[in-house]
Structure formats: C-alpha cells, structure tokens
Design a protein around this ligand. Structure first.
Ligand code: OOG
Ligand code: NI
Length: 267
C-alpha cells in the first residue's frame, strides 16, 4: 500500500494518460488558460466481487491513506454495486469504486472472470502499484467479444485491468468556465465526442450535481492473438451545487452514474 497519497494519484494519473491520449488535450483546453492546475473532483476504479479483488480490497488502499467510506450505490440492470470514499483533506479527489456482481452473471462469464483473477498473485493486490497495475492475465479477442456481449463492464476490466477509468475535472474550480454547458461547448468545438446517454448533462442543480464526460478514447490493446482498437478511458466534468446547509454536495447520483458507466461503450 502507498503511504504517500500524492504519489498514488500521480501514478494513477500517469498510467491513465498512457492509454488516454486525448486527456492531455482536454487538460490543456481547460487548464492552460488559468494559473492553477485543474482540480480533480474524483477518480473511478472498477473490479469484480471476487474475494481476492473485491471493492473492499481496492478500498483498503484508500482507507490506509485516511479516506472514509461515504456512500453506496446500486445499479441493478448493470449488476454493479459501488461505494464512494472521501478524505478529510477536501482538495484530494473523491474515489468511486464499483464491482460487478458475478453471481448475477452467466456461468460462463463468471468462469472466465474467475480464471483471469486466479492469475493475479495474492501479494500483488496489496502492493503499492496494484491500483495502476493493469492486467495480470492475457485474453484473446474472442473472449473479449464474448464478455462484451453480456457486460461491457466485464469486457473493459478484462482488457484494461486495474487503473483509473477516468479522472474528473471539477468545473467549480475552473477559472474560465462557469457552467458545464460552456465546458461541453468548448469540448465539442475542439472535436471531442461526448457521452450522450441520458443527455449530454446528467443530473441537475436539484440533485446538487451535474456531470458530463467524453467518450473513451479508442486505442490499441494487446490481445493474446494480436492487437485491436477498443475503448480505453475517458474524462469527466462535474459541477457541484451547495446544499441548504451551505456546504457543497459531495456525494454521487446513482441515476447519473448509471449513464457515466456507458462512456466506455463502443462508439
Ligand atoms: C464509474 C461511473 C460512475 C460517476 O461520476 O457517477 C461515475 C465508472 O465508469 O466506472 O464515475
Ligand atoms: Ni465519475
């Protein structure tokens, strides 16, 4: 486990950049015209509910750094369960971790995933670098396709393994944009494709959170039987609103999150 929270996020960021080339351009578009770097609202990680690599195993890395569990979310149709974590230092990104509930999946998907996870050495899961260690297995194209037919989420984790699937710009702290609409327009003008599932903007001021995201980059991945181009990671944009008590809302909105997951769908 990391003892240095800044080093953990820096490693997660570099690993995310390495498979998400558009991130650099988005970061420049939003951040280059301001003095301070962009503030990250949150990152997200994905896994399976097998004991070796469950949500709780990933969360342990953050709990050891002072993060606290703050909310839980159910996604019935996608067969996912998630929790979010926050740090007392509110300048640190929140963390959203989900897991695929394998007992609700087909026996064949479950068996495939069990065979991949079995290849992870037990000690790898608690190592400093686990959260940005990628895959610990090889999959062939046909296996990826058959996972994809049942669960886009399962296929994504099989292809990309352990890494942040997105970072999220906090629109509240951007100096040159005051709304999510403005951010979206700038992105579209620069040629980025947005996730339109559930509309370009998910959520409203009434639920204290508005979110939008790019569609994941399409980049080469090395399957055991050759390279292919598939969706990797994406960038999200979040604007939070103040609660009646005057504090910024810090939770997530399940109905919006349900659509954000689709940012890694094939175009
Ligand atoms: C997480 C999707 C949910 C949010 O901000 O609501 C999410 C994922 O795609 O793994 O990040
Ligand atoms: Ni997110």
């Amino acid at each position: 486990m990391h003892t240095d929270v800044k080093a953990l996020f820096e490693n997660l960021w570099q690993n995310y950049l390495s498979v998400t080339p558009s991130t650099k351009k988005v970061h420049e578009l939003l951040g280059s015209s301001q003095q301070d770097d962009v503030i990250n609202d949150h990152i997200a990680l994905r896994t399976f509910n097998l004991p070796k690599v469950s949500l709780e195993k990933l969360a342990a890395h953050f709990l050891a750094l002072g993060y606290k569990e703050c909310g839980e979310y159910h996604f019935e149709a996608k067969k996912l369960y998630a929790k979010h974590f926050e740090h007392a230092d509110s300048t640190l990104p929140k963390v959203f971790i989900s897991e695929l509930l394998l007992e609700q999946c087909s026996p064949s998907l479950k068996a495939t995933i069990e065979s991949l996870v079995a290849q992870i050495p037990e000690e790898a899961v608690t190592a400093d670098n686990f959260l940005y260690s990628g895959t610990h297995w090889q999959v062939d194209r046909a296996t990826y396709e058959s996972l994809l037919a049942e669960s886009e989420y399962a296929a994504w984790v099989a292809a990309w393994g352990y890494r942040a699937n997105h970072f999220t710009v906090s629109v509240n702290y951007l100096q040159n944009f005051s709304s999510l609409e403005q951010v979206n327009e700038a992105l579209k003008t620069a040629g980025f494709l947005l996730n339109t599932s559930g509309g370009e903007i998910k959520g409203t001021p009434e639920v204290y959170l508005e979110q939008s995201s790019t569609l994941a980059d399409i980049v080469p991945v090395a399957f055991s039987d050759g390279d292919a181009h598939i969706p990797s990671c994406f960038y999200e944009f979040a604007r939070r609103y103040t609660l009646p008590n005057g504090a910024l809302y810090t939770g997530f909105v399940a109905a919006s999150a349900d659509k954000i997951f689709e940012s890694t769908n094939a175009r």
